[in-house]
Design a binder for this molecule. Structure first.
Ligand code: KIV
Ligand code: ZN
Length: 387
């Protein structure tokens, strides 16, 4: 048994989604929703990247006290100085520094040797540590790095004072089995690993960000980095709602829980979708419009008798209170009658039969028949009866 810390990066990696540009007040609103959800760490931004990122980190750090507020920095003193300034007087803060460890990024991005990477990473952590105790180091592109070099770098940054080491699948290249084994290797080959938190940060280029993150959890990661609605660079990051609900729904399997108030998930998803302008696909797991909609008559019938027959989690558990059973051409008479009763009408069996015939006609023309349509049918029937 144990706890998994949820590190939300909607406001940093999520803000790197193509076409997304949050205003500062919108970032603060999202940070407040994340804090209400009890996210452990909120990555508020990358202060050196722009004035607006700086101001957002500053404002969020002044506003949020119940979650750790983290600022991203490259592994250099200037970035750390600016981040420290933006984080201000808040004591519940983190500096998150990163440097690539894969040979491909050393050669084509950093133009550094392995020895230089090691020295820079250690210097950055040591420098940040003078100001802030909570320092995270991410090995960027860890999943395409030489595993032994990766472990050497983690040994170096832990010796320099890092309190969290983060294994990034920056380009979404890993597969669950492989990524889980990488986490296991790090756990077995890095000294003092039990004194630090192991984080995982997975991108979704092959659609495996959630699976990779959960494989990481199985092998020892205790922090998962993720975003609301899976926003993020390219195909996005692991989605917070998937990680949290997988751990909650499959608790017996993972034996790990989070601090998240899951009833805040749907509201946060809607907020991020509205403010980012990025629509959530209807079939998106957990928060998509169809995620709790049952269409087949047999499914609807079973769910109304005993929800777990076709529902692995209740819509209420993520904060959805609306009726998720939209009737359609496959809905049976019993389902129709139950809906009529649910809407507060007491009608004779004969009237229900007549209405059901009309409902079937309507359902042939309209894919989904909402409660308001059923009410309209009932009201017009009532009028006919009175005339
Ligand atoms: O994907 C990545 O490697 C990152 C780091 C900067 C944390 O976002
Ligand atoms: Zn990332």
């Amino acid at each position: 048994m144990g706890k998994i810390k949820i590190f939300d990066t909607t406001l940093r990696d999520g803000a790197q989604t193509s076409g997304v540009c949050f205003e500062t007040h919108e970032k603060v609103e999202i940070a407040e929703a994340l804090a209400k959800m009890k996210v452990d760490i909120i990555e508020a931004g990358f202060p050196v990247a722009s004035k607006s990122d700086y101001h957002a980190v500053e404002k969020i750090s002044q506003t949020i006290s119940t979650s750790i507020v983290s600022a991203l920095v490259r592994a250099n003193q200037k970035d750390i100085d600016i981040a420290k300034q933006a984080l201000g007087k808040n004591e519940n803060v983190r500096i998150h520094t990163f440097l690539a460890t894969s040979d491909i990024q050393l050669a084509h991005k950093l133009k550094m040797s392995r020895a230089q990477v090691m020295a820079h990473a250690q210097e950055a952590v040591r420098y940040a540590k003078q100001f802030i105790d909570d320092v995270e180091f991410t090995a960027e592109d860890a999943s395409r790095s030489d595993w032994d070099f990766l472990c050497q770098v983690f040994n170096g940054v832990i010796a320099a004072g890092a309190t969290t080491i983060n294994i990034a699948d920056t380009v979404g290249y890993a597969t669950p089995d492989e990524f889980g084994h990488l986490v296991k290797y790090v756990k077995e080959h890095v000294h003092d690993i039990d004194k630090v938190t192991i984080g995982v940060h997975c991108h979704n280029d092959l659609g495996m960000a959630t699976a990779n993150s959960l494989a990481g959890v199985i092998y020892g990661a205790t922090q998962v980095e993720c975003t609301i609605n899976g926003l993020g660079e390219r195909a996005g990051n692991a989605s917070l709602e998937e990680i949290v609900m997988a751990l909650a729904t499959r608790y017996e399997y993972y034996k790990k829980s989070t601090n998240i108030d899951t009833r805040q998930i749907y509201r946060a998803s809607r907020l991020v979708s509205t403010l980012s302008g990025i629509m959530v696909s209807p079939n998106k797991a957990i928060v998509g419009d169809n995620a709790f909609i049952h269409v087949a008559g047999g499914h609807q019938h079973s769910v109304s008798n005993h929800a777990p027959t076709f529902e692995i989690m209740r819509p209420e558990s993520i904060g959805i209170s609306r009726n998720t059973m939209v009737l359609n051409k496959l809905s049976g008479r019993q389902m129709f009658e139950e809906r009529v009763a649910h809407l507060g009408y007491e009608l004779s069996a004969d009237v229900v039969n007549q209405l059901y015939v009309q409902f079937r006609e309507l359902a042939k023309r309209k894919k989904l028949v909402y409660d308001r349509d059923i009410e309209a049918l009932i009201n017009s029937k009532k009028q006919q009866i009175q005339e």
